[in-house]
Design a protein around this ligand. Structure first.
Ligand SMILES: *[C@@H]1O[C@H](CO)[C@@H](O)[C@H](O)[C@H]1NC(C)=O
Ligand SMILES: *[C@@H]1O[C@H](CO)[C@@H](O)[C@H](O)[C@H]1NC(C)=O
Ligand SMILES: *[C@@H]1O[C@H](CO)[C@@H](O)[C@H](O)[C@H]1NC(C)=O
Ligand SMILES: *[C@@H]1O[C@H](CO)[C@@H](O)[C@H](O)[C@H]1NC(C)=O
Length: 293
């Protein structure tokens, strides 16, 4: 009963088809990566199917055990994110550093699923809902499509990164590297190689510092008024382009006029630019792989 209601609540938040199988390829090439997140008795499996044609990245999640509704040890709801750095074979979740956030949305701008272009790319639970946990600790397979989750270019890529699952108090409970045959982090049979990603090579060495205040400008379906946006204590991040708007993008910085605390000022902010570069790798046809811890 609990397992079912958690599943139903999560499915209401998802934006695309739910399926136990991989999404239909319709002849299109797909890119594939996965992450096996463990720690504190949690066993969570994440799969990612990207496309080379501009449609969203499909995320499939199954939790086999460990995410309890009422655990004496830790409490949900459980957030989960793509973090910038791999955690390695020893799964030291601290090594993951911060969320994948190429546009510097920061932790201070609370993600609203109605405006995913203003969410951190890696904030999967912000965009698609946290795990509530169940009485059995398992969560049935579910999935969604995310138009902002990219396999390329490097700054935006989920390749070579990790997944971290957090308790309600932000403690890092479980983590695992995102591995793929595309960048050599998985072998042909999808065993982790524990080698550095051949695609993502530039990593932050420290987590960025966040602005001092947390703001929730987006509430519900209505875009905030200029007045609200102009009075934020820091400049609003530039919105991300969806995969449909631009299959490939470049990350640049732009000095622009922004509003902060009700006054206009100049600020240098990261911004995406459409790129005509081709996808850096080819997709492949489907296969089924065993899970290796
Ligand atoms: C989690 O539980 C809360 C409180 O019962 C509920 O409001 C929310 O919709 C649930 N979320 C999900 C994703 O199941
Ligand atoms: C968060 O919860 C964990 C697990 O219950 C606990 O070990 C930790 O001390 C808590 N941290 C904070 C900051 O409350
Ligand atoms: C985990 O990584 C952090 C940061 O690199 C380090 O400070 C800490 O000692 C590591 N913990 C363990 C148990 O190795
Ligand atoms: C805006 O105001 C807040 C609170 O008054 C302050 O913390 C913040 O530093 C201000 N931002 C700037 C850029 O001055």
């Amino acid at each position: 009963m609990h397992a079912f209601s958690a599943f139903a609540a999560l499915s209401a938040l998802a934006v695309a088809t739910f399926t136990n199988a991989a999404p239909a390829s319709n002849g299109r090439e797909r890119l594939y990566a996965r992450s096996y997140a463990t720690g504190n008795g949690i066993d969570a499996r994440f799969e990612f199917w990207g496309r080379t044609d501009g449609t969203g990245t499909f995320v499939k999640i199954e939790v086999l055990k460990g995410l309890f509704k009422d655990s004496p040890h830790y409490q949900g709801p459980y957030g989960y994110h793509v973090h910038t750095n791999p955690v390695g074979e020893e799964r030291n979740c601290t090594k993951a550093l911060a969320h994948l956030d190429p546009l510097a949305v920061t932790e201070s701008l609370i993600c609203d699923p109605a405006f995913p272009q203003y969410c951190q790319e890696g904030d999967l639970s912000g965009k698609h809902g946290k795990f509530n946990g169940t009485t059995s600790g398992a969560i049935e397979t579910f999935g969604y499509s995310d138009d902002y989750l990219r396999f390329f270019p490097e700054d935006f890529s989920i390749l070579g990164r990790s997944i971290v699952i957090h308790a309600a108090n932000k403690t890092r409970l479980a983590c695992g590297d995102i591995i793929s045959t595309i960048d050599g982090t998985a072998s042909g049979s999808f065993k982790p190689t524990h080698k550095p990603s051949k695609f993502v090579k530039h990593y932050p060495t420290v987590a960025p510092t966040n602005p001092p205040q947390v703001v929730t400008p987006f509430v519900g379906e209505t875009f905030p008024s200029d007045d609200t946006l102009h009075n934020l204590p820091f400049p609003l991040a530039n919105p991300a382009l969806s995969l449909q708007e631009a299959l490939n993008v470049e990350l640049t910085e732009k000095t622009q006029t922004v509003w902060v605390n009700g006054s206009k000022t100049q600020a240098k902010l990261p911004v995406e630019k459409k790129s005509s570069a081709k996808p850096p790798f080819r997709g492949f046809t489907d296969k089924s792989w065993t899970w290796y811890a």
